[in-house]
Design a protein around this ligand. Sequence first.
Ligand code: NAP
Length: 305
Amino acid sequence: MADIRIAIIGFGKIARDQHIPAIAADPAFALVAVATRAGAEDAGVPVYRDYREMLASIRPDAVAICTPPGPRHAIARYCLEAGADALLEKPPGATLGEVADLAALASRLGRSLFTTWHAQFNAPVARAAEVVAREGLRALRIEWLEDVEKWHPGQDWIWQAGGFGVFDAGINALSIATRLAPAPLLVRSAELVMEARGQQPAAARLEMACADANGRIEAHMDWRHKGQERWTIAIETGAGTRLLLSDGGAMLQINDDSPIAGGAGEYPALYARFAELVATRRSHIDTEPLRIVADTLLLARRILP
Ligand code: NAP
């Protein structure tokens, strides 16, 4: 029998596309309930409109919080206090302060808290990180271009205050970059393209610096892109090796070799890590990608509509 009885809170695109199949495939977990305000007929487990009621009647060992970032802190706090370990979808909170508060609470209560960054769990990202650890980092260029209408249909929250705009996707690239970089990535300048429809940027350009990397560290993210999406990170190591992570980190090309994939896939690997954390009563807290977005929002020049 599975050791960890887990419930999903927030049953939208990512819960259905990734969490449900990853939990089903991992023998360490059994899905015991879903909490979603709109209800769901296809969950295959008891569905609750209020996560507090779900916690009180199901008493899951753990929860996966798959809501937008806005309500995440209040929900996570409630779950930790109710005795559940918590996996947080990315970004782990709307602010750095919220995540620090959750980390302190989890530590005080002896619960496991996991701030996930799914893109980091692609096996090719780990492979690229090994090469960079050996050879150093010279330059890095992120291109994260996608059509918002295709990837976020009907999601109004992404444009509202606290919704992250293009950083909802671009933070995945930053999470990979922080996994690769030998030192903190510091934002030196940034430009944000604002749109009339909301409070959040539709596109962003960042210039960053990293101790010991003497080449350019830059990022271009754009939600106005049409056609084939482009989720790439091109890296030049200190020894001159060229690495190209593509498909959001799922593929790696080294110099002119053929691109390689591999590994279990990001969400299965992420759940394997959560099982380990729960079993050993530890937390994994990483706020670096969120810190870079926060720094960008402090420094950026805005191009207004
Ligand atoms: P989504 O499709 O809008 O789903 C979010 C779900 O959260 C909704 O079903 C909503 O269900 C629930 N929710 C919203 N506000 C809530 C609240 N105050 N209390 C309780 N539940 C609430 O969004 P998504 O794309 O799945 O994204 C969710 C998170 O996953 C985001 O942080 C996003 O960055 C991350 N993520 C998304 C993707 C992707 O490809 N979409 C990929 C990786 C990570 P109810 O309104 O029925 O409660």
